[in-house]
Design a protein around this ligand. Structure first.
Ligand code: FAD
Ligand code: UDP
Length: 426
């Protein structure tokens, strides 16, 4: 029984940035009807935001989502749906009753060690600390971090935070995760180093309403794909952006995911913490960070109240929302088993953060979706087929290594590499 009708030429599971980008491209460029399903009661995936009735503040239901990219095509694509403000993200870290700037920079180093180094002095000092443990070929997150910043800074700002955030001993985590976070020997304390950065002035949901509001797109929320799968014509092409292990009914066991719990509080103070995000580095504080969303939109007039959100992290069980792929050794082994099945599946393309078990930022999810549209979805839908001389290395199914964690300011191309790019500011 075709409960959604037979007219659609593409079914997309998941209305996050990956699914919405592909849906919009197919509808607007190929003029073909698309069906988008999402099991949540809203579109937008993890990038969903809404305006709070009581305070009027827009908050991101799944944690602060900062948009940043150096990819012209992605920036051009996203800004057609909304203007962006000029917010640039700064993060602070609380450690033993004091507040420091993060990523670690010259100010953090001098404040923490009580020194007054210039950039060259700080670099030499940290190099000395890093060399103290003689780690030549770091094998995991902890070794990599210590070999870059030395043990004292690692123990203060990284160890406890990471253990809380990943619910995993840092020595069992892939080294690549720390590559997301730069270390700087100047006073630059911006969190990202991309060419473009900002927040959509009308909110993320306005972007999704525009992308998915195209007349050729039909969206059904509150609908789990696995409840309706049997009613969908298997001849119709699907793009699946849900969890890879769930698709195959956990045949090889569960991939390791980290889930989050969010606790919202409305306060009768104008400014709770003076910044959008403050991290809590110490292991004895149960939450990892506090978001205060009004700071993301300096262009808006906000009242005397504020809304904050504490973020707690834990290992995901099956019933939990999977947010972050952990990527330990056994996850990598399982992932390659699932990947083989995914490649053998006909008429289904696996995509997005969950479908490819990859730590993708929004710009990377959009960039990869644009690539996938060009290289695979459009050729298949228009009967052109995928030309054998066309490189497939940019599509999401080929992004095989779950250990790949793109650097914070990596562009789309970096996502397709099998190892992270060395950062210029390291
Ligand atoms: P998602 O947004 O996760 O969308 C997948 C969708 O699939 C979901 O809506 C889900 O409900 C749906 N789905 C799953 N299974 C089914 C099913 N069986 N049936 C129907 N629907 C299904 N990126 C940044 O660039 N900057 C940030 O600051 C940033 N911060 C983040 C903070 C947190 C806490 C998290 C978790 C992520 C953050 N990200 C950030 C990453 C960003 O959320 C992702 O890049 C983006 O969501 C990826 O889009 P996606 O479409 O691949 O996946
Ligand atoms: N990290 C840390 N301390 C911090 C911020 C980050 O130890 O104050 C580590 C942590 O392991 C985290 C990684 O650096 O997972 C990448 O940080 P990022 O802010 O990119 O994490 P995300 O925004 O994806 O949650």
């Amino acid at each position: 029984m075709a409960i959604f009708g037979n007219e659609h030429r593409l079914v997309i599971v998941g209305a996050g940035f990956c699914g919405a980008t592909i849906a919009y491209k197919v509808a607007s460029e190929l003029d073909l009807p698309v069906l988008v399903l999402d099991r949540r009661g809203h579109v937008g995936g993890n990038s969903y935001s809404k305006f709070d009735d009581e305070t009027g503040i827009e908050y991101h239901q799944y944690g602060s989502h900062l948009f940043h990219t150096s990819n012209e095509a992605v920036w051009k694509f996203i800004t057609q749906f909304s203007p962006f403000n000029n917010y640039r993200h700064r993060v602070f870290s609380r450690h033993r009753g004091k507040t420091y700037t993060i990523p670690i920079n010259l100010m953090t180093i001098n404040q923490f060690f009580g020194t007054d180094f210039d950039p060259a002095g700080a670099r030499a000092f940290i190099a000395q600390q890093a060399a103290a443990e003689n780690i030549e070929a770091p094998r995991n997150f902890e070794e990599k971090a210590v070999s870059q910043i030395g043990r004292p800074l690692y123990e203060a700002f990284i160890k406890g935070y990471t253990a809380k955030q990943w619910a995993t001993d840092p020595a069992a985590l892939p080294a690549e995760i720390i590559s997301r976070l730069p270390v700087r020997f100047g006073f630059n304390d911006f969190y990202f180093g991309d060419l473009y950065e900002g927040l959509p002035t009308a909110g993320y949901s306005a972007i999704f309403d525009k992308m998915l509001g195209h007349p050729k797109i039909k969206v059904v929320t509150g609908c789990d794909y696995f409840d309706v799968r049997g009613t969908i014509d298997p001849q119709v092409l699907s793009v699946y952006t849900g969890p890879l292990d769930r698709y195959f009914d956990y045949k090889f066991g569960e991939l390791g995911w980290r889930t989050l719990d969010f606790e919202i509080e409305r306060l009768d103070v104008e400014d709770f913490q003076g910044a959008a995000v403050v991290n809590y580095a110490d292991i004895d504080v149960p939450f990892t960070r506090i978001h205060e969303f009004k700071h993301l939109h300096p262009e808006r007039r906000h009242g005397n109240k504020t809304l904050i959100m504490r973020e707690y992290s834990r290992f995901a069980r099956r019933a939990d929302e999977p947010y972050y792929p952990i990527g330990r050794q056994d996850d990598k082994r399982r992932y390659s088993q699932y990947k083989k099945l995914a490649e053998a599946e006909t008429n289904v393309i696996f995509a997005g953060r969950l479908g490819t078990y990859r730590y993708l930022d929004m710009h990377q999810a959009i960039g990869a979706a644009l690539n996938l549209y060009e290289k695979k979805v459009a050729p298949l839908l228009t009967g052109r087929g995928i030309r054998s001389d066309e490189p497939e290395s940019d599509d999401l199914q080929r992004q095989s290594s779950p250990s790949l964690v793109p650097a914070k300011n990596a562009g789309v191309d970096e996502v397709t590499e099998l190892r992270p790019r060395a950062r210029s500011d390291r």
